[in-house]
Design a protein. Structure first.
Length: 559
């Protein structure tokens, strides 16, 4: 990227088209180079050493190249360098032999409101070409006030980021400029429990001083805070940013659960719209919304220009992925939070492109689907780059496709995005997409759990803690008998009309119907250990209000 104290004029080839914005220009002489007939679009930007404006320049050059017109780009050394923009217009006056399609102009206002608006307007009228305003609105009464404007809605962006943040008490660090202040105020209007701190010269110390007081931290244009990210990571804090990339983008690509995302001004989309407006003769501008970059949408087209700009790949290729996958994996986290035991499943990959999945779900929202009960449901899988596609044919009508995009994998943990589609007779009837973390499991309790066991719930504040002893007899054929105790202390087995279970790694899934009741009930546990005739269960449960607790069960084998 060139960083120069004076204006720089560089050309890249981009397409032709006639356009005159009558509200901004009047037709006049617009000479054509007799030899080449070349046409070009001028951009007068600002603050050339700032990443934001470097993104704008990159977007402008790419858009012109794709449109097959010449890109004529001028930049400034500071944010307020309106005099350099005036100098740019003087340089443009020397282009007497070049046909111009229009000007994309980002006004640089001086401390007293000075600008190059009058010079840009006069030049555009003299050449009979349109002007599009980018990023920064012109002042009231400007001779360019009627020109199409493309920029970011700061208040909407602040509200959009607030909608992504889950906690109520949030620490917000905002740069002290008009745009960041407007965004932070809009954020706080939604998250009324948020506390806004200014980003000072001691920004990192300011964050450290309150790091234990908040769970969620939001940075508005706080790139100077990047060095505190490791500390936030160590403390397990949730972090959100606005237009802060660098190390944070690396954490997103790595799938770190605490780094939630980047609210990004769409510099690439906004600049492209400005170029397209000139090419198409569009006289109406628009506010281009910011969007939230998360681990889950790193592969989207809108995000790709940002990754290209920083020289990043959404999902770096993983050498030996097929070999690393072989084994048994159990779901641990969903969207950065521990998965309740009733949502867990175990997937086993073999080395021959085949595998099987064990899962039990309580219900589906779709009437076409029955609740899943699957012990070793076989699937075929294929790997393309980092994407593992698993296809299970459940019956003659239903097919389930699991698509796992692997961000990282070790001998113990896999991070990725899981997309699941349920397809009935060729029609997708349900789909979900979630960020997941899975753990490799080696324990196999399918044989050691067989037999008759007696025990009780050992956890506190559990809906299962009835204070009673229970008995289960787990049988080798996948069925079990549950025994209840009568008033005289005898154990009887006349409780269930049907009862089945399966064990996949440590996951224990049970289902049953009671006599006289056709309702099917289900229960889910993880076997924590079986040792010296003692079996321990645990399960993460979620209450209706969203809070969670851990239930535990301990039992002794009955000989």
């Amino acid at each position: 990227m060139k960083k120069m104290m004076n204006w720089v004029l560089v050309a890249t080839l981009c397409i032709c088209g006639a356009s005159v914005f009558t509200s901004c220009t009047s037709s006049n002489d617009n000479p054509v180079d007799a030899e080449t007939g070349a046409s070009g679009i001028v951009m007068i930007g600002k603050h050339g050493h700032v990443e934001y404006w470097q993104q704008v320049e990159s977007a402008f050059r790419t858009a012109c190249e794709e449109a097959d017109v010449e890109a004529l780009y001028y930049t400034t050394t500071t944010e307020n360098a309106y005099q350099e923009q005036v100098a740019a217009v003087e340089q443009l006056k020397q282009l007497t032999g070049k046909r111009l399609k229009g000007i994309v102009y980002a006004p640089a206002h001086g401390l007293n409101g000075e600008s190059a608006d009058a010079e840009v307007a006069a030049y555009a009228r003299q050449r009979g070409i349109p002007v599009v305003i980018l990023d920064t609105p012109v002042k009231a009464g400007s001779p360019l006030a009627g020109c199409p404007y493309f920029g970011t809605d700061n208040a909407a962006s602040g509200r959009a980021l607030a909608a992504e943040v889950k906690a109520d008490r949030v620490a917000v660090f905002a740069m002290q400029n008009g745009a960041a202040t407007e965004r932070a105020e809009a954020f706080k209007a939604v998250k009324t429990g948020a506390t806004v701190y200014p980003v000072s010269e001691n920004a990192n110390s300011d964050v450290e001083a309150v790091i234990n007081d908040y769970d969620d931290f939001v940075f508005f244009n706080g790139s100077v805070l990047s060095s505190v990210l490791n500390l936030l990571k160590e403390k397990g804090k949730n972090v959100y940013t606005f237009d802060v990339y660098g190390e944070f983008l690396d954490e997103l690509i790595a799938g770190n659960a605490h780094f939630k995302g980047i609210m990004a001004q769409n510099t690439f989309g906004m600049t492209r719209k400005a170029v397209d407006a000139i090419m198409a003769g569009v006289q109406q501008g628009e506010t281009v919304p910011a969007f939230f970059i998360t681990w889950a949408n790193l592969g989207d087209d809108a995000v790709k220009p940002f990754l290209d700009f920083y020289g990043k790949e959404a999902y770096p290729p993983i050498d030996g992925l097929a070999e690393e996958l072989v084994g048994k994996w159990m779901l641990a986290d969903i969207n950065g939070k521990p998965a309740p035991t009733n949502n867990k499943f175990v997937v086993t990959f073999t080395s021959a492109g085949r595998g099987y999945k064990s899962a039990s779900l309580s219900e589906y929202a779709d009437t076409e689907l029955k609740p899943l009960w699957s012990d070793r449901q076989e699937f075929d899988y294929a790997i393309a780059d980092n994407v593992v596609t698993m296809t299970s044919k459940i019956d003659d009508h239903l097919t389930v496709v699991d698509e796992l995009t692997v961000a990282s994998i070790s001998d113990a943990v896999t991070n990725g995005i899981l997309k699941i589609k349920w397809i009935i007779d060729g029609t997708v009837v349900k789909s979900v997409e979630e960020t997941v973390r899975t753990l490799k499991v080696t324990d196999d309790y399918s044989q050691t759990a067989l037999g008759l066991w007696e025990g009780r719930v050992t956890s506190e504040q559990s809906e299962y803690d009835d204070g009673e002893e229970h008995r289960w007899e787990l049988k080798a054929d996948g069925t079990y008998t549950y025994y209840s105790r009568t008033g005289d202390g005898q154990w009887v087995d006349n409780v269930n009309s049907s009862a089945a279970y399966f064990i996949a790694g440590p996951l224990l899934c049970m289902r049953w119907k009671n006599f006289g009741d056709e309702t099917e009930y289900r229960e889910w546990w993880e076997i924590e250990s079986i040792q010296d005739g003692v079996m321990k269960w645990k399960a993460l449960r979620q209450r209706e209000d969203g809070s969670t607790y851990t239930a535990t069960f301990q039992m002794t084998k009955v000989e």
